[in-house]
Design a protein around this ligand. Structure first.
Ligand code: GDP
Length: 364
């Protein structure tokens, strides 16, 4: 899964991104991810993996991973192609979700591009660029579709939706602000609009505010209210502290967090928020060679889930042998779980659940 980090200059993006690459999951484990300076991979924390490792005496553990793309340089005028703007917008097109870092910390040593700290104005600045770029693509589509509709009336709902979105965007609102029915949502996905992508706001607060989740910071309160109306998530972090945490060993990390009054790092919370916002879950595979978690969308069927491992698994899918993680632990071994009837033989319509431990059978 790919997330793009955006934000105005000087809000703490690089600090956060450096923390991500520092904490970075071992890239050798993620061959899909070539090592590029603007990509950071973060492991999805999952306590179940270490239990499975013990049970199977596995050599290796590979957690699920989220890729963060550093999309720096989005500034006012980007949609008009100013300062490499269009290139950045095209990077946003490639990610599944946007992480928007918003400055909520006051620090007179760090200048703000627009003079003072004001999260809503910052959000508006960035959103406006996405909205203007969307408006351009909607306005390009409409005349084309108008011609097609004359020949094919079934395209009418699509044209109507485009007109509706045009109106919304012209008002300076994001495409995601609309309540759409299921069919319209499907159409919206095909339009690949930037302002329709799910978004997580990262409130970057100062070192002494992060312990209580920024509850005394009025900027955070404003941001939360705004995000709630939009149906988006807010994660409160201190980028500077994340950078410090990323340099610690695992054992030191817990104590450091406790001293700050935290139970989890901001990065871990960001990963969890992404999972919940995007409706993601993990299933697991386990054996003596490796234990591994795989990210899928909730509601995905067994063959598509198998396809995450390899496209051959999806194409040649025969069946899945599935045991829920808790049942497997309770039984103590896969054989014991089987004897107790906890291992289900599932076909191509089986909907994979979070924490399913699966062995796929397939034809090559
Ligand atoms: P970017 O332009 O958005 O990538 O911002 P940077 O990550 O380069 O940060 C800009 C400046 O803000 C740097 O001097 C950082 O040290 C500082 N900064 C970033 N995060 C924090 C924070 O949480 N607290 C404070 N006080 N300063 C921060």
């Amino acid at each position: 899964m790919k997330l793009g980090i955006v934000g105005l200059p000087n809000v703490g993006k690089s600090t956060l991104f450096n923390a991500i690459t520092q904490a970075g999951a071992e890239s050798a484990n993620y061959p899909f991810c070539t090592i590029e300076p603007n990509i950071g991979v973060v492991a999805v924390p999952d306590y179940r993996l270490s239990n499975l490792k013990e049970m199977y005496n596995s050599q290796k553990v590979i957690p699920a991973a989220i890729e963060f793309y550093d999309i720096a340089g989005l500034v006012k005028g980007a949609s008009k192609g100013e300062g490499l703007g269009n290139k950045f917008l095209s990077h946003i097109r490639e990610v599944e979700s946007i992480v928007h870092v918003v400055r909520c910390f006051e620090d007179s040593n760090v200048t703000h591009v627009d003079g003072n700290v004001d999260p809503l104005r910052d959000i508006e600045t960035i959103n406006l660029e996405l909205i203007l770029s969307d408006l351009e693509s909607v306005e390009k589509r409409i005349p084309k579709l108008e011609k097609q509709v004359k020949l094919d009336k079934s395209l009418l709902p699509e044209l109507e939706l485009l007109h509706q979105l045009q109106g919304v965007l012209e008002q300076g609102l994001s495409a995601r602000s609309q309540d759409l029915n299921e069919d319209q949502q499907k159409m919206l996905k095909e339009f690949t609009l930037l302002s329709a992508k799910p978004i997580i706001y990262v409130a970057n607060v100062s070192e002494d505010e992060v312990g209580d989740g920024g509850s005394d910071n009025p900027h955070v309160t404003t941001l939360r209210e705004f995000a709630m109306e939009e149906g988006s998530e807010v994660v409160v972090i201190c980028a500077k502290i994340e950078a410090e945490i990323s340099e610690l060993e695992e054992e030191e990390k817990q104590g450091f967090l406790e001293d700050l009054g935290l139970t989890q790092s901001g990065l871990d919370r960001l990963v969890q928020a992404s999972y919940s916002l995007l409706g993601l879950i993990s299933y697991l595979t386990a054996g003596p060679k490796e234990v591994r978690a795989w990210t899928i969308t909730r509601g995905m069927k067994a063959p598509q889930a198998a396809g995450k491992i390899h496209t051959d698994f999806e194409r040649g899918f025969i069946r899945a042998e599935v045991v829920a993680f808790d049942k497997l632990m309770e039984a103590g071994s896969h054989t014991a779980a089987k004897e107790k009837g906890h291992v289900g033989i599932e076909g191509k319509d089986y909907i994979v659940k979070d924490g399913d431990v699966i062995l796929f059978r397939f034809n090559v």
